[in-house]
Design a protein around this ligand. Structure first.
Ligand SMILES: Cc1cc2nc3c(=O)[nH]c(=O)nc-3n(C[C@H](O)[C@H](O)[C@H](O)COP(=O)(O)OP(=O)(O)OC[C@H]3O[C@@H](n4cnc5c(N)ncnc54)[C@H](O)[C@@H]3O)c2cc1C
Length: 500
């Protein structure tokens, strides 16, 4: 039997990000992935949100994505665009970049780290005991691991085998999504009518002045609302043709599809993200309508939250109970995504006069500054606040990427996180706390910051004397170095000091 410290089922965006995080911490890690290569048929996610770009920046890989995508104001709530260009972040925008490119770039990064791939085979089940997990793989092999993480998408085998409930709401809307050739040119863009929301577009596009300008040629991407919800058969070209005729009166002579798929507004969330030694992340833990483009982003951020915690547990730095903070912190985040996507689908239904009045009311509200900021921060992930108790507004929120001054010269705060190691950042008088017991795992940096402290939505906050920053970029403690709470915070998040 082959052994790894952690096995990840599924090498989509979530599994890749998690593997990278674990590999950075020196964990022996393997991914079992059904697809023989990273190639992804179809388009799926269309880009990255501000906070995801930030977390890539924390690892020093944001430029790989930025150099291939198109920066734009992408945030939206039920067709209301939310401009975040005045937000206090180095990346006050989103990035248009198809999921196949996001996965290729992520896989390239993971390929530079020590990650074992078992491609072209599936996890079919698992059994766990007190010391580990036996993971069954479709090639007949069994992998032994200390932990198994299901990053295996909405139909997660790991979730089902772990017996984790997946409560939520059945679909009310169904769309066919396809990439095809056409004999007649359709009008490109989104159409909303009494039958639902539909669109034609080209995969290749440019964003100019925040407007999409499609390429002149190439395959056409089509999304059309189906009039029947709940179909379980694989969609065919004929289904697509019939749905198009119903909506547009013609199928534009569609032919030669590269893929046809179906997606719905089914909204479900795992009741628990952990069952002993089995954990869930990404679509395996939450599925919802793609309004606002939040799925991939939420999965990548699940991985960032879980990675360092699981690494510390496997490396015997922290007790397994640290893993419970993963569910406690991330479950509410996805619950909020489900809520906002359900609200958006309600607003996007075929309109009668009353719904139209509601849409106009929401549009009016979102054009006001405070709601724009709140919703923009929610949809971009910049307002995520883990409940770490009372205290300074930074506590539980993301550390801003400040331009620091150190004895060795200028330094960006995010550069301190490139290796996914925690940081005690002292912005006051140097000295005052001896970090020696944690020196093997926590970096101690003395620095100065002369600018304003500003957080999304909250605005200006008082300058903290020192902050303890977790590897995921969230602030675990704020105070000065004489604060008696600092050793407790270090122990809670980064394990007890080794026995002397
Ligand atoms: C039409 C559409 C548009 C979308 N638009 C956006 C958007 O704009 N922005 C956004 O953030 N999100 C968007 N999403 C959602 C996004 O695609 C998903 O949230 C994202 O892919 C989830 O990543 P994941 O890694 O958790 O799961 P997946 O991408 O589903 O990856 C799971 C991986 O596991 C593999 N696998 C499955 N079962 C097994 C098994 N038993 N053993 C081994 N491997 C297995 C699969 O091959 C796959 O590679 C959209 C989705 C759709 C359908």
């Amino acid at each position: 039997m082959t052994e790894h410290a952690v096995v990840i089922a599924g090498g989509g965006p979530t599994g890749l990000m998690l593997a990278g995080e674990l590999a950075l911490a020196g964990v022996d890690i393997a991914i079992v992935e059904r697809r023989p290569t990273q190639d992804l048929p179809g388009s799926r996610a269309g880009g990255l949100h501000s906070r995801t770009i930030e977390v890539f920046d924390q690892r020093g890989i944001a430029d790989r994505f930025l150099s291939e995508g198109q920066v734009a104001q992408v945030q939206g709530f039920a067709f209301n665009r939310l401009d975040i260009s005045d937000f206090p972040t180095r990346h006050p925008y989103g990035l248009g970049l198809w999921q196949n490119h996001i996965e290729r770039i992520l896989a390239g990064w993971v390929g530079e780290l020590a990650v074992r791939f078992y491609r072209g085979r599936e996890v079919t089940g698992f059994a766990q005991d007190d010391t580990g997990v036996d993971v069954e793989v479709s090639d007949g092999r069994s992998l032994r691991a200390e932990y198994l993480v299901g990053c295996d998408g909405g139909r997660s085998v790991v979730r089902k085998a772990a017996g984790i409930e997946f409560p939520g709401w059945d679909p009310t809307i169904s769309h066919l999504l396809a990439e095809v050739e056409v004999a007649e040119e359709p009008e490109l863009g989104i159409r909303q009518d009494e039958l639902g929301t539909h669109s034609f577009g080209r995969k290749e596009y440019e964003i100019r002045d925040d407007e999409i300008v499609y390429a002149d040629g190439g395959p056409v991407g089509v999304m059309v609302t189906e009039q029947n919800v709940g179909s379980t058969s694989e969609p065919t070209l004929r289904d697509l043709s019939e749905a198009l005729v119903t909506v547009y009166g013609t199928d534009y002579g569609i032919h030669s599809p590269t893929y046809i798929t179906r997606f719905t507004d089914m909204s479900r969330q795992a009741a628990s993200y952990r069952e002993k030694r089995a954990l869930l992340a990404g679509d395996a833990a939450h599925v919802h309508y793609p309004a606002g483009g939040q799925g991939l982003n939420t999965g990548v951020q699940d991985a960032i939250n879980l990675g360092w915690k699981l690494a510390q547990v496997v490396n015997e730095i922290s007790p397994p109970s640290l893993l419970d903070t993963y569910h406690a912190e991330r479950h509410p985040v996805a619950a909020r995504v489900l809520r906002n996507t359900m609200a958006q689908t309600a607003l996007m239904r075929p309109a009668d006069a009353r719904l139209e009045a509601l849409r106009e009311t929401v549009a009016e509200l979102l054009s006001m500054d405070e709601p724009r900021k709140r919703f923009g921060a929610m949809l971009s992930g910049l307002d995520i606040h883990y409940d770490l108790g009372e205290g300074h507004p930074l506590l539980g929120r993301r550390m801003p990427d400040l331009d620091l001054a150190t004895a060795d010269g200028p330094l960006r705060a995010f550069a301190l996180l490139h290796d996914a190691r925690p940081v005690l950042l002292n912005l006051g008088e140097p000295g005052g706390f001896d970090i020696t017991p944690w020196a093997d795992r926590v970096q101690m940096i003395d620095a100065r910051y002369f600018g304003a402290w500003e957080l999304p939505v909250l605005g200006a906050v008082t300058a903290p004397p020192a902050v303890l920053i977790r590897p995921d970029g969230h602030v675990a403690w704020v105070g000065d170095l004489t604060d008696p709470g600092l050793p407790d915070a270090l122990t809670t998040w980064f394990g007890p000091p080794p026995p002397t």
